[in-house]
Design a protein around this ligand. Structure first.
Ligand code: GLN
Length: 221
């Protein structure tokens, strides 16, 4: 059953299950929360970077992974499914005990302690001491691409795609802003083993954020 939930770049672009799961020695087991959103893009990126990818929907799958990516998509839907599958508390527990997590866009919203513009009844997993404002760029710029200073990651500015993206409107004392737009708006935050970005590096071929996340995973794996 395990092998059916694994994902490998070699099976792209379909969801064909592997019949064997050739776990490369030393590859970290990295989960992608796989209810909704751009699961496939993250799985592809992580796989290219050498991770052994596990699609995570149930507590037993979560228990197997050393780190987790929460994809972009629709945070209110991801929230509902997370609770329906009994994953809210297991996720909070793993986060509290240091599992590295990277959330993009809706995934960032899921990691935020506070949200503005929540859907009725919407909850988050939390962990990042930040407030995020959903759909903060408004109707006129729902989706756009831009470059962001990435000296903190080393190297060239990063090319980022924003798709109905949230903005980090407040950073509490426990969290740190590490990526900002030229106008100062915060689009990347970190706190211990948690990282969230408003944008989607997995759709623009930018690997540095996933590498930063994987370095944390390898450190705890
Ligand atoms: N607007 C979406 C939400 O509120 C996030 C969009 C995205 O993840 N690309 O969940």
């Amino acid at each position: 059953a395990d092998s059916a939930k694994r994902w490998s770049a070699s099976t792209s672009p379909t969801w064909l299950p592997r019949t064997v799961s050739p776990s490369v020695a030393g590859s970290p087991q990295v989960g992608v929360l796989a209810y909704q959103g751009d699961v496939r893009e993250h799985a592809h990126m992580l796989s290219l970077l050498g991770a052994d990818v596990v699609l995570v929907r149930h507590p037993a799958e979560l228990a197997r992974v050393d780190g987790l990516v929460i994809p972009g998509g629709e945070s209110s839907v991801i929230d509902k499914l997370t609770r329906m599958f009994g994953m809210l508390h297991p996720l909070r527990e793993r986060i509290a005990t240091g599992m590295p997590v990277y959330g993009t866009c809706a995934g960032l919203i899921m990691l935020a302690d506070r949200i503005e513009g929540a859907a009725p009844g919407q909850q988050t997993i939390g962990g990042l001491d930040v407030t995020v404002q959903r759909n903060a760029f408004g109707a006129q710029a729902e989706s756009f691409e831009t470059t962001i200073d990435a000296s903190v990651l080393g190297g060239a500015p990063l090319h980022a795609a924003f798709i109905r993206a949230p903005i980090v409107s407040e950073v509490g004392p426990a969290a740190t802003a590490f990526l900002t737009l030229d106008d100062g708006r915060i689009v990347g935050v970190e706190q211990g083993n948690l990282m969230g970005t408003s944008f989607h590096p997995e759709v623009s071929g930018e690997t540095r954020l996933h590498e930063r996340f994987l370095a944390r995973v390898r450190a705890v794996a």
